[in-house]
Write a new protein. Structure first.
Length: 333
């Protein structure tokens, strides 16, 4: 992607005016790892930041095939009916390997992606989870500045991306499906604990009764977990993303959550904690990148990696030597 002399001032104006082209270009700029682009992206974010924060940020996770993308399509269309504008982002650190999910998502969200009032952006690929998370956070803020009221972040692919998404949203929604027998279907307990609400999808046709039963089971199972927030009991709601039923209830649940948490001051608190954690993750990413870019580290690295792989050297000792090499001249500066 070539971006010739990105002008953050003009770009910020375009984004704030709600121009789609500017929005897309701003996100492309954010996704670039070229140092001059990075600098321009920071200038852009600085200009946009005062215009962010007014949206409700929702993260969506669930087992593969639970119907997350179909749900986001139905949910997004419902949001549009409420006179609000949805933006959909995806966190998919696995996309460079699997490749197919982005294409799948575009077809699952066909109606939404055709609507000019909505915005759908696939996950940036080819970087670490930390990199993907940072870009998604910034993309979220750019969307807010562009006037979107509801930001939905889908976790695509399984792995650590759930925690990364939970750490950037106001509300984390877990999408489950009826059947499977087990109470929480192999979803790691840690992920259930991150959920602010559970949606049992596919409550239609033959699955309707099973979905209601599953919802009851999940409610009971939740009683055994410590609540994540003192202000909120995690609700369980059935819906059918395909038949588009129960979606209005899910939206009502989102609004209730936002109101409750806002009044309790818990929303502002959560965002402040997230910003703090984000700063530290930026520190880690920046340091790691600087370390990787250091020519002395670069020279030493192959030997260290060989020694560690062959068991000739302890990983901890190798790490300390690499960091030590990197740190030396700083001490003299
Ligand atoms: N019966 C029924 N099928 C559904 C519903 N929602 C989704 N599906 C189907 O379930 C399958 C998976 O849907 P997706 O929306 O791609 O699920 P996903 O969770 O995004 O999947 P990944 O992104 O691959 O993890 C598709 O065949 C959908 O048509 C629903 O409410 N009812
Ligand atoms: Mg999907």
């Amino acid at each position: 992607m070539t971006l010739l002399s990105p002008d953050p001032v003009a770009l910020a104006e375009g984004v704030l005016a709600g121009e789609r082209r500017a929005l897309a270009r701003a996100i492309t700029l954010i996704e670039s790892s070229r140092p001059d682009h990075r600098e321009a992206a920071e200038a852009l974010m600085h200009r946009l930041l005062p215009h962010t924060g007014q949206s409700v940020r929702i993260g969506i996770t669930g087992v593969p095939g639970a119907g997350k993308s179909t749900f986001i399509e139905s949910f997004g269309l419902h949001v549009l009916e409420q006179g609000k504008r949805p933006a959909v982002l995806a966190v998919d650190p696995s996309s460079p390997r699997t490749g197919g999910s982005i294409l799948g998502d575009k077809t699952r969200m066909e109606e939404l992606s055709r609507d000019a009032r909505a915005f759908i952006r696939p996950s940036p690929s080819g970087c670490t989870l930390g990199g993907v998370a940072r870009r998604t956070r910034e993309a979220m803020l750019v969307c807010e500045a562009a006037g979107f009221d509801v930001i939905v972040v889908e976790t695509v692919g399984v792995g650590q991306s759930e925690t990364a998404v939970a750490d950037m949203v106001d509300m984390f929604l877990l999408v489950l499906v009826p059947g499977g027998g087990d109470e929480l279907q192999g979803i790691k307990k840690g992920i259930v604990e991150l959920a602010d609400a559970i949606v049992v999808n596919k409550a239609d046709g033959d699955l309707a009764a099973a979905a209601a039963r599953a919802a009851r089971d999940y409610k009971n199972a939740l009683h055994l977990l410590a609540p994540a927030s003192a202000h909120w009991r995690v609700p369980v709601q059935t819906c059918s993303a395909l038949a588009r039923s129960g979606i209005d209830e899910v939206w009502a649940m989102v609004e209730r959550y936002r109101d409750t948490m806002d009044k309790a001051g818990a929303l502002a608190e959560r965002r402040a904690e997230q910003a703090h954690a984000w700063m530290w993750s930026e520190v880690s990413e920046t340091l790691l990148q600087a370390l990787r870019d250091d020519p002395r580290v670069d020279r030493l690295l192959p030997e260290m990696e060989r020694a560690v792989a062959a068991g000739r050297m302890a990983p901890g000792a190798a790490a300390r030597q690499l960091v030590g090499t990197f740190r030396l001249p700083l001490a003299h500066a």
